[in-house]
Write a protein that binds this ligand. Structure first.
Ligand code: UDP
Ligand code: MG
Length: 340
C-alpha cells in the first residue's frame, strides 16, 4: 500500500512572532501521524513579509527536512498566497493552517481520519471565537447568512480556511484560475464529499490580525460579486419599482393639471424627484461597475502571483507545479498561476 502524503500549507505575512511557536506544534503532530503511516510535509508561503519571517523560515527549514519554502515577490494577500502554496502540492492531500495558531494543529489527526474515511473536503467550523470582538463576530455571522441567500454555491457558515483537501479536490481547485479569488467560495464550488469538524477558535498566539475592517469589507464584496449576480438583478427590480412609482406619480400630476390647471408649483417636489432618481441611477451604475471592474481584471490574464524563491522540502520529488510550468529552486521571479 502506498504511503499517504499530507502537506500542511501555511500562508504567513509578518508572522515572525507566531511561527516559532507554531512550528514545533505542527512538527509534533506530524511525528505522531508518521507513526500511523502518514508522511507529513510542511510548506510555508511567505507572502512578501517585511519583518524577519523569511530568515526565520529558512532557519526552520534548515532544521527540518520536511519543510518546504515558497516566497512570493511581494504581498499578494492570503487568498493568493494559499493558491501559490496549494499549486505546489503535487502529491497527496493538503491541509491549510493559519500561521497564528488560531487553527489548532493538534486537530490535524481528526482531519486525517475523516479524509481516510473517504471525505474530500474536511473543514473546521468555528463553534467559539475567542479574542475577536462582538462586532467582528456579528458581522461575520451576518455575512455568511447573506452569502447563503445570495449564492447558489454552498458556502458553509463560520468556516475559515482551516481545511483538508483530498488529492482530487486539490486537482479540481487547481483548475479554477480566476484572479478574484474568494477561497471559501471556490472550495464550496468544487464540491465532492464534504464534512466539517467543530472547533474552538483560539486567540492569536502572537502578533496582530492582518485583516482590519476595510479588508474584511472588501473580502465580503469579493465574495458576493464572485459568487452571485443577485446585486445586478437587484438593480433591475429597483428600476422596475422606481419606474412604476414614477408612472403613477406622473399620471397623478397630469390629471391634477388637467382638472385644476396647476400653474408653476412644486419646486421642492421636483428637486426631490430629480435627486432621488439620480441617486438610484448612480447606485445601479455602481453595481454594474463592480462587476465590470472585475471583468476588466480577469481580461488582463495576468499570472495570479509571482514567485521569488521556491525551495521544496528536500525529500519531495519536485519541480513541476500542479498547474504546469517548470519552476526551479532558487530561481528568481518565476511566473506562477499559468492557466492549466
Ligand atoms: N496572511 C497572508 N497574507 C496577508 C494577510 C494574512 O498570508 O496579506 C496570513 C496570515 O499570516 C495568517 C492568515 O493569513 O497566517 C490569517 O491572517 P490573520 O490571522 O491576520 O487573519 P484573521 O485570523 O484575523 O482573520
Ligand atoms: Mg488569525
Amino acid at each position: 500500500m502506498p504511503r499517504d502524503l499530507l502537506t500542511v500549507v501555511v500562508a504567513a505575512y509578518n508572522e515572525a512572532d507566531s511561527l516559532p511557536l507554531l512550528h514545533p506544534r505542527v512538527a509534533a503532530v506530524l511525528d505522531l501521524l508518521e507513526a500511523q503511516g502518514l508522511e507529513g510535509r510542511i510548506l510555508y508561503v511567505d507572502d512578501g513579509s517585511s519583518d524577519g519571517t523569511w530568515s526565520l523560515l529558512q532557519g526552520i527549514a534548515a532544521g527540518d527536512a520536511r519543510v518546504g519554502l515558497l516566497r512570493l515577490s511581494r504581498n499578494f494577500g492570503k487568498e493568493l498566497a494559499l493558491t501559490a502554496g496549494l499549486d505546489r502540492v503535487q502529491e497527496g492531500a493538503a491541509l491549510i493552517l493559519d500561521a497564528d495558531g488560531q487553527d489548532p494543529p493538534e486537530l490535524i489527526p481528526d482531519f486525517v481520519r475523516l479524509w481516510r474515511d473517504g471525505f474530500d473536503d474536511v473543514h473546521g467550523t468555528r463553534v467559539v471565537r475567542d479574542g475577536e470582538g462582538w462586532l467582528k463576530r456579528s458581522t461575520a455571522h451576518a455575512f455568511y447568512r447573506l452569502m447563503g441567500r445570495l449564492s447558489r454555491t454552498p458556502i458553509p457558515a463560520d468556516t475559515g480556511d482551516f481545511r483538508l483537501l483530498s488529492p482530487r479536490a486539490l486537482a479540481a481547485l487547481a483548475q479554477l484560475r480566476e484572479r478574484h479569488r474568494f477561497m471559501k467560495g471556490l472550495f464550496g464550488w468544487v464540491g465532492f464529499k464534504r464534512t466539517s469538524i467543530g472547533y474552538h477558535r483560539e486567540p492569536r498566539v502572537a502578533g496582530s490580525s492582518k485583516f482590519n475592517f476595510w479588508r474584511l469589507w472588501n473580502l465580503a464584496l469579493e465574495g458576493i460579486t464572485s459568487f452571485s449576480t443577485a446585486p445586478l438583478r437587484l438593480a433591475t427590480y429597483l428600476g422596475l419599482v422606481t419606474a412604476t412609482v414614477s408612472f403613477l406619480y406622473g399620471a397623478w400630476v397630469i390629471t391634477k393639471a388637467m382638472i385644476w390647471s396647476d400653474p408653476v408649483a412644486g419646486w421642492p417636489t421636483m428637486m426631490a424627484v430629480i435627486l432621488f432618481l439620480g441617486g438610484i441611477q448612480l447606485i445601479a451604475l455602481g453595481l454594474i461597475g463592480e462587476y465590470l471592474g472585475r471583468l476588466y481584471e480577469e481580461s488582463k490574464q495576468r499570472p495570479l502571483y509571482l514567485v521569488d524563491v521556491w525551495q521544496p522540502a528536500p525529500g519531495v520529488s519536485s519541480g513541476e507545479s500542479r498547474v504546469g510550468g517548470a519552476v526551479h529552486a532558487h530561481r528568481a521571479t518565476t511566473a506562477g498561476g499559468e492557466d492549466a
